[in-house]
Design a protein around this ligand. Structure first.
Ligand code: ADP
Ligand code: MG
Length: 339
């Protein structure tokens, strides 16, 4: 009786003496370029880097699924279906559903059917220019995400509508990378997809991750640092993809009210929360909503924290993240609370 009980423990001890020393997690990291974005992945694992390879493969697969420009992607097929129903992957259906949900929650500020308007500005080709007012007006007539049909994994667009998931695809991608790392047994990982950061657990030494938040008025510098674990930190700003014409600055986040770059008082919106997908969708939505509506949105729905920077240099931070944020800017921090 006692022999049978002791044996497994002894075997386990022997395995541990040889195996446990070898299985100290090692740091594996890679840089890659996908989704038009520079990405950095870092994971501490005991798997010879297998989870890192799996994550890179997943990113490539998601790019081939979501890209508007890659022939045969789900989105290219949906956009070219001329009104016919199109079968898409679970991933695409999930993102469209989330875009509808956050579209509704933001009063239509997030509208993935703005894509033809984005094209008119040249943001999709890199040949950026200010389009004619009449061009914008004509294209805006086709913008209305509420007309997107989604039944299970079948998507049906009006014949003249095109969509793009640029506002939320990277957030979902970082969710997926973190999921792959977690399921592989890792307890610590950090990814940055073009400055959008998501963490698994805490740093290997147990301390929190320190994530720099870009100063929208001086994008080569940080305005502060936020300490997080197991969270995503996702920013939409007017300083990222933009061009200048006649002394005016034009950026890639559009307002369907007029088809112009969203200019509702905010220069950057950082969302902090558990889901990269949710944070990414919200970062774009709240940027378009503007200062007052973004604050009202948070007070109404909650479930996330945020840092807003206004064009007149105010820094608004929600109460749930204020203690974790170290402000290194000259802007005084104003804490927003639930009224
Ligand atoms: P980034 O791509 O820099 O992380 P965002 O997450 O804010 O920034 O996404 C911006 C992208 O979302 C644009 O490049 C475009 O593809 C798309 N987009 C722009 N305006 C809107 C909008 N009002 N609603 C939905 N998608 C938008
Ligand atoms: Mg976004």
């Amino acid at each position: 009786m006692s022999y049978r009980r002791i044996l497994p423990a002894a075997v386990l001890a022997a395995v541990c003496l040889t195996g446990c020393a070898k299985s100290e997690p090692q740091e594996y990291s890679t840089d890659l370029f996908a989704m038009d974005t520079y990405m950095q992945l870092k994971v501490w694992n005991t798997d010879d880097g297998a989870s890192l390879d799996a994550a890179a493969a997943r990113i490539a697969a998601l790019e081939n699924t979501f890209s508007v420009t890659i022939d045969g992607s789900d989105i290219a097929r949906v956009n070219h279906a001329a009104g016919a129903p199109t079968q898409v992957s679970e991933d695409t259906a999930l993102l469209i559903r989330k875009a509808q949900e956050i579209g509704d929650a933001s009063g239509g500020a997030l509208d993935i059917s703005l894509y033809p308007v984005l094209c008119a500005w040249g943001f999709t080709t890199g040949e950026m220019h200010v389009p004619e007012r009449s061009t914008l007006d004509a294209l805006l007539g086709q913008v209305d995400y509420t007309k997107i049909g989604l039944d299970g994994n079948t998507v049906t667009l009006p014949a003249d509508m095109e969509i793009d998931l640029g506002a939320l695809a990277k957030g979902y991608t970082s969710d997926e990378v973190i999921r792959i790392f977690r399921e592989s047994g890792a307890e610590s990982a950090i990814v940055s997809l073009g400055g959008n950061v998501q963490a698994l657990g805490s740093k290997p030494d147990g301390s929190k991750w320190k994530v720099g938040i870009v100063d929208p008025f001086s994008p080569s510098e940080n305005m502060g640092v936020v300490e997080i674990e197991n969270q995503a930190v996702i920013t939409s700003g007017n300083y990222e993809r933009y061009f200048e014409e006649n002394g005016q600055k034009y950026w890639h986040i559009l307002d369907k009210a007029d088809g112009e770059p969203a200019d509702n008082g905010l220069v950057s919106v950082t969302i902090i929360g558990d889901s990269g997908l949710q944070c990414d969708a919200l970062s774009t939505a709240l940027f378009v909503e503007g200062t007052q509506d973004a604050v009202a949105h948070w007070q109404r729905d909650g479930g996330f924290e945020m840092l807003l920077v206004t064009e007149d240099g105010r820094l608004l931070v929600t109460e749930g993240i204020a203690d974790a944020f170290t402000n290194r800017s000259a802007m005084p921090m104003e804490v927003i609370s639930h009224e």
